[in-house]
Structures are given as C-alpha cells and as structure tokens.
Design a protein around this ligand. Structure first.
Ligand code: C2E
Ligand code: CA
Ligand code: CA
Ligand code: CA
Length: 279
C-alpha cells in the first residue's frame, strides 16, 4: 500500500510538472508574440438597434498562436496579468486601435468611436497616460474617437488612484466607459466623482432578462441611475430580439451582442456595416 502511495504521488508530481511545463511554454510563446505580430484585434459593433446606427466598436484581443489557431482572451489574459506582460500587450492594443480608427476616418467613416479594454494592472501602471497620449499623436487622432473601458471592479480597487488616472485620461478628451456594471460594489458617491461617459450593463443581467422578473427591475434601476449621472447606457451580451426590445423600452441608449454583431476582423466589420455607414 505504501508502494502504491508513492507511485500515486509520483504520478501526481509528474502531472504537475507537465502542467508547469505547459505554463512555461505558454509564457515563453506569449513573451515573443508581440514581436512576431501574432496579436490581432477583432471589433464588435455597438449599435442603437439592430438596424443601426453604429455608435462605436469595441476592440477585443485575439492571439493568433502558430499551430493553436485564434485564441480568445480567457486563454492567455490571466497569465499576461500575472507576468506583467499585459502592459506591453495592452500598449500594443491601444496603438493598434488608434491606427485602425485613423484608417477608418481616412476612409470617410466619421461617426463612431473605438473602445479598448484596460485591466487593473494597466490602469495603475505609471506609463498609461503617456502611452495614450503618444498613440493619439502618432495617428493624428482626436481623443474623442477613443474610449477606454474599465470594469467597475478595477475602478473601485484603488479608488483614489483610479480616479486620479481617469481624470488625466478624460483631460485628453478620451471617453471612459464603466464595464461589467452591476458586478462590483461602487458607491454612488464614487460613481458620481468618476469622469465617465458610458455605463455598460453586464451581460449577466441581460441574459436572464424577461419581462417582469428581477433582472428587469435591476436593469431599469441601472438605467435610471446612469441617466441621473448623465451617462450613456450600453447593454452587453444582447442575443435575442426579445432582450433587445425590452432593453430599448427600458431606455438603453445602445447595445452590443451577437444579435447585433459578433466581434469581427476589421474588413468583415466594414462589410457588415457598409450600408449603415453610407446612410
Ligand atoms: P468584456 O470587455 O466584457 O467583453 C465582452 C465579451 O463578451 C467578449 O469576449 C465578447 O466576445 C463577448 N460577447 C459579446 N457579445 C456577446 C453575446 O451576445 N453573447 C456572449 N455569450 N458573449 C458575447 P472576449 O472577446 O472573449 O473577451 C473576454 C474579456 O477579455 C473581455 O470582456 C475583456 O475583459 C477582456 N479583454 C478582451 N480584449 C482585451 C484587451 O485588449 N485588453 C484587456 N486588458 N482585456 C481584454
Ligand atoms: Ca469591455
Ligand atoms: Ca469624457
Ligand atoms: Ca463587459
């Protein structure tokens, strides 16, 4: 029995080593991915309703890892955070989103913004303001075309520091969206102080949405709160026409979700919104 226990232990240990090995390989691959140009941004439309107009797009990071295909953020973002690699990767995202927005403007698309997600570590990293400022400058982009999305949780974590940084972001003319709203614990007093422009209702509330249930009451309360604070209200994760109709009736200003459009490469986005952009 003792023998077996030892073998069992050994088996466990080697499985663990294999896992650690996997993690190291992943980390190594991730480290070189920027230089190898393996990251791409997909863009998901934010629209008033399914017929348009398009008010903005959200840039969502994808990793085109050789022999693994296109990897979504949940496959590498946690590691990028842990290792600090999220900072250079995030800087690349900001620059690339600005470059793309400049290209769209040059093609005559005027009326939308590009939103970039920021993780907690990026928000509190001392270089952020300079990175944003120089990306805008390099691509000759007015700050109002860029939006930074910060989750309610991130904005709350170190409230004083976040507020100071977000005020500097706002001073560049860049928009601020509070992401995943309703999942954090921000106080009204803090929300009131934030220089935010947009509030994004977390997908969790939208998914369960049906007439007359608790989530309808919650969404309705969030909309009222956001409007009182002068914010644009965007609902995330809208998948059905029923959800869309209800959200519209509840007063949401814009929506995002598979019903309106999936995250897509820039060429596909332009193809799918071309008829909207022309009108
Ligand atoms: P998020 O900011 O809340 O982005 C929305 C996520 O929901 C995206 O997942 C999007 O593809 C997905 N989604 C959109 N509409 C629907 C829908 O109708 N139904 C369902 N089921 N899902 C929908 P994705 O692209 O996998 O990104 C996951 C998270 O990774 C994002 O959540 C964001 O927190 C983070 N992320 C993405 N790109 C970046 C980035 O460039 N930098 C940082 N720091 N984080 C990023
Ligand atoms: Ca987001
Ligand atoms: Ca603003
Ligand atoms: Ca979100």
């Amino acid at each position: 029995a003792k023998e077996q226990g030892r073998n069992g232990y050994r088996f466990f240990e080697s499985a663990m080593n294999a896992n650690v090995h996997q993690q190291l390989l992943l980390q190594q691959a991730l480290r070189g991915a920027i230089d190898r140009r393996e990251f791409v941004l997909h863009y998901q439309p934010k629209m008033v309703s399914p017929g348009g107009p398009l008010v903005g797009v959200e840039a969502l990071l994808r990793w085109n890892r050789p022999e693994h295909g296109l990897i979504a953020p949940d496959g590498f973002l946690a590691l990028a955070e842990r290792t600090g690699l999220i900072v250079p990767i995030g800087n690349w995202v900001i620059d690339e989103a600005c470059r793309q927005m400049r290209a769209w403007l040059d093609d005559g698309h005027r009326d939308w913004t590009v939103a970039v997600n920021l993780s907690t570590m990026q928000l509190t990293h001392p270089g952020l303001i300079e990175v944003v400022r120089s990306a805008l400058e390099r691509h000759r982009l007015d700050g109002r075309y860029l939006v930074l999305e910060v989750t309610e949780y991130t904005a709350m974590r170190d409230a004083e520091a976040s507020l100071a940084i977000l005020n500097q972001v706002a001073a560049l003319g860049v928009g601020i969206a509070i992401d995943d709203f309703g999942t954090g614990y921000s106080s009204l007093l803090y929300l009131k102080q934030l220089p935010a422009d947009e509030l994004k209702i977390d997908r969790g509330f939208v998914t369960e949405l049906a007439r007359g249930n608790d989530d309808e009451a919650i969404v309705s309360a969030i909309v009222a709160l956001g409007k009182t604070l002068g914010l644009n209200i965007v609902a995330e994760g809208v998948e059905t026409a029923e959800q869309q109709a209800l959200l519209e009736r509840l007063g949401c200003d814009a929506m995002q979700g598979y019903l309106l459009g999936r995250p897509m490469p820039p060429e596909a986005l332009i193809r799918s919104v071309a008829h909207l952009a022309r009108s």
